[in-house]
Design a protein around this ligand. Structure first.
Ligand SMILES: Nc1ncnc2c1ncn2[C@@H]1O[C@H](COP(=O)(O)OP(=O)(O)OP(=O)(O)O)[C@@H](O)[C@H]1O
Length: 296
């Protein structure tokens, strides 16, 4: 595998805000990556830097081995779908899809046609008259049918209902299997996309705090449940990620356990349960669970 993106010492400052803070990472080709983090964590800023839409304050970015800024060689292989996309005043969805092949050399009009039916996009209504979900559908269709070797989706689902989001996930996975490429998906709906992700980046206050293979991340923590005394004794010498107490019961999330530690826990009358990716991200970024769900 080779790296599609290589970033080193990357920072972006806006006056008194450090939106991206000394970040180093690389993205392997043909993977679906999640870029996760709280509101204002720096996700959009990072994507803007990677797609050459903004200048870094410090550090280096290589996309397909070259700097992305004003570099046609790079940008014709990149598709960036974001909610704030602006279209010309008179444009309808039909105009958008007709002009897509000018920007995306791999554009598949037949696939786009099927997606237009799936998402029920009105083709001849002016874009500015469309609902928020219909606008999101246009972005999702562009991102999928562009088949760009490197595709960024920045919270592409805003306004999409549950059915449309599931269609997006299903089509993304099926098309990715048939036409492998690199996809970077920023989302707050972590549990929904959890099964799609092969690699996870978590950014918090501009700093990259998790850069890990999704499978190993999923297995990297476990919740221990039982009486408070038994749980406290078991976790005493371990790094605790999260604790909940309810009366005499305790539920504590700790780092990965070895097989012998699992046996020890069971013998102590404790129950072990897996931790979802969302719980893990919430705990690592210290967000109350509900707040994170509401922000989505
Ligand atoms: N042009 C700008 N000028 C000043 N501050 C900015 C600018 N763009 C972003 N910021 C700040 O940089 C930080 C990171 O913002 P960014 O939009 O990258 O976050 P995000 O992770 O995409 O958030 P969200 O999940 O809410 O979309 C925030 O504190 C934001 O207020």
């Amino acid at each position: 595998m080779s790296a599609v993106i290589e970033v080193s010492g990357l920072s972006k400052r806006f006056k008194n805000v450090t939106a991206v803070d000394d970040v180093d990472f690389s993205v392997e080709e043909n993977t679906i990556c999640g870029l996760l983090g709280r509101n204002g964590a720096g996700k959009t800023t990072l994507m803007q830097l990677l797609t050459g839409q903004d200048f870094a304050t410090r550090g280096s970015i290589r996309v397909f081995g070259e700097t992305p800024v004003e570099n046609r060689n790079v940008l014709q292989r990149v598709c960036f779908i974001k909610e704030s996309q602006k279209y010309p005043e008179e444009f309808t969805a039909k105009h958008v899809f007709r002009s897509a092949p000018w920007f995306f050399p791999n554009w598949d009009a037949e696939f786009a046609g099927r997606l237009i039916d799936d998402f029920r996009v009105p083709l001849t209504r002016r874009i500015k008259k469309l609902s928020r979900g219909q606008l999101s559908s246009i972005g999702v269709i562009l991102g999928l049918a562009s088949r760009a070797p490197l595709t960024f989706f920045d919270e592409p689902y805003l306004g999409l209902d549950a059915v449309a989001r599931q269609i997006f996930y299903d089509r993304l996975l099926a098309d990715y299997a048939a036409h492998p490429r690199t996809v970077i998906l920023s989302t707050h709906l972590i549990d929904e996309v959890s099964n799609l992700l092969e690699h996870v980046f978590v950014i918090d206050e501009g700093r990259l705090i998790i850069d890990q293979d999704a499978d190993s991340l999923r297995g990297s923590a476990v919740t221990v449940v039982g009486t408070r005394a038994a749980v406290d004794a078991f976790v005493a010498r371990r790094e605790v990620l999260h604790t909940d107490h309810l009366g005499g019961l305790a539920s504590v999330t700790v780092d990965r356990l070895s097989q012998s530690e699992r046996v020890e826990a069971t013998e102590a009358g404790l129950e072990l349960s897996p931790v979802s990716l969302q719980q893990l991200v919430v705990q690592k970024t210290n967000i109350p669970h509900q707040e994170f769900e509401q922000s989505a």
